[in-house]
Design a protein around this ligand. Structure first.
Ligand SMILES: Cc1cc2nc3c(=O)[nH]c(=O)nc-3n(C[C@H](O)[C@H](O)[C@H](O)COP(=O)(O)OP(=O)(O)OC[C@H]3O[C@@H](n4cnc5c(N)ncnc54)[C@H](O)[C@@H]3O)c2cc1C
Length: 343
């Protein structure tokens, strides 16, 4: 018998789960609140530039995921960033030494290709710009209702993949009269998240530095990460630079509500001081993003999550894997698909 599965979230985890179920008798409908797919592994375009303003790249942190990306999916346009990742501490001195990642993958057309290719290999229906708001427990399965109050249909199984705080909100709003629901919601809500404000700074000149990116190892600098999108093939026209600057947690929280103009100005000043190049205070265009729930920083109680399976409810995502990385989210999606297929 074909089961109907509703996947909430078209990020790496939702895409991997959908992909892994492509040959199973499961009819998958994916609901995604934003216009695109791939969630926090996010790409934008402007003035002939392509840039990742969330996750910077995928690393080979899991063999199954590496096989998926390098063998199962098309490798057309797959980019492996050659330049190294350097490190800096509170003093802002950028030095070699933190290039722990054997490969640093993205795609010429942007990292969102990952989810696009995974969904593209399936017959799943992906409904963009649909924010799921209420999960209504029925005798058999769940009814999904969106934020407009529209009934989005009945499903045998639901898979939730939003970041833990948003998943906890969905559990809080669920029409589900069950003793375990409250405890489950509290368990999910307890996963701590890092907040990151990111600035994107474009220049019509190139930078003469040997690194692709630099990470603040001691978390004592205002800047947490800086990288050059021009090191990713197909991202930035020759002769230009595009810096992605992710600020550390304390700076991001303190400046979260600042007006965009002064926010980006402050980020550019800090990037210029860090790289040691005054010209960087004056980008010719900028962009920014607030990531309230950037990456999980704690473990979730897996037993509590497993109990929900008896109620046709499953979870996946980086917070389920316990690591705020794309490969971990993908792996979590593949794993939950095996659980759903084996029901
Ligand atoms: C600034 C930043 C830098 C990072 N750098 C790296 C890096 O360099 N390398 C790396 O491996 N990882 C990095 N990460 C982490 C990586 O992006 C995540 O671990 C991974 O993308 C998580 O995937 P996911 O599917 O678990 O969640 P998400 O990508 O968050 O997907 C969940 C999806 O659910 C959707 N959603 C939420 N609520 C609803 C709702 N009610 N209805 C419908 N849809 C909903 C969201 O819009 C989203 O698309 C970074 C993240 C950030 C923010």
């Amino acid at each position: 018998m074909t089961e109907r599965l509703a996947v909430v979230g078209a990020g790496a985890a939702g895409a991997a789960a959908t992909y892994a179920l492509r040959d199973d008798p499961v009819e998958v409908t994916v609901f995604e609140k934003s216009r695109g797919v791939c969630g926090r592994a996010a790409t934008r375009r402007k003035d002939d530039c392509v840039y990742e303003y969330g996750a910077n790249y995928l690393k080979p942190g899991d063999d199954r995921v590496t096989d998926l990306v390098t063998e199962e999916l098309s490798t057309d346009g797959l980019v492996d960033i050659a330049e190294p990742v350097y490190a800096f501490a509170a003093d802002g001195d950028i030095t070699p030494g933190r290039d722990a990642d054997e490969h640093k993958w993205t795609y010429e057309a942007g990292i969102t290709q990952l989810a696009k290719r995974l969904f593209g290999a399936t017959d799943a229906t992906v409904e963009n710009e649909v924010r799921v708001e209420v999960l209504d427990r029925r005798a058999d399965g769940w009814r999904v209702v969106d934020s407009e109050g529209t009934d989005r249909g009945d499903y045998d199984v639901v898979l939730l993949t939003p970041p833990a705080p948003q998943t906890a909100d969905l559990l809080g709003q669920a029409a589900w009269d069950h003793d375990d629901c409250r405890a489950l919601r509290q368990t999910v809500a307890s996963v701590p998240y890092r907040t990151v404000v990111a600035g994107v700074l474009h220049y019509d000149f190139t930078l003469d530095v040997p690194w692709y990116g630099a990470v603040n190892a001691d978390k004592a600098h205002d800047v947490g990460w800086v990288s050059r999108e021009e090191c990713k093939r197909g991202h930035v026209p020759d002769g230009e630079s595009l810096l992605v600057v992710q600020m550390n947690e304390s700076w991001s929280v303190a400046n979260y509500d600042r007006r965009p103009e002064t926010l980006v100005e402050a980020i550019a000043e800090r990037a210029a001081a860090l790289v040691g190049d005054d010209r960087l205070t004056d980008p010719d265009w900028t962009d920014y993003q607030h990531w309230r729930y950037s990456q999980p920083e704690g473990e979730v109680d897996h037993d509590a999550l497993a109990g929900a399976r008896d109620h046709d409810l499953y979870f996946a995502g980086d917070w389920v894997a316990g690591e705020g990385r794309i490969h971990a989210a993908l792996r979590s999606g593949l794993d939950v698909a095996a659980d759903i297929a084996g029901r």
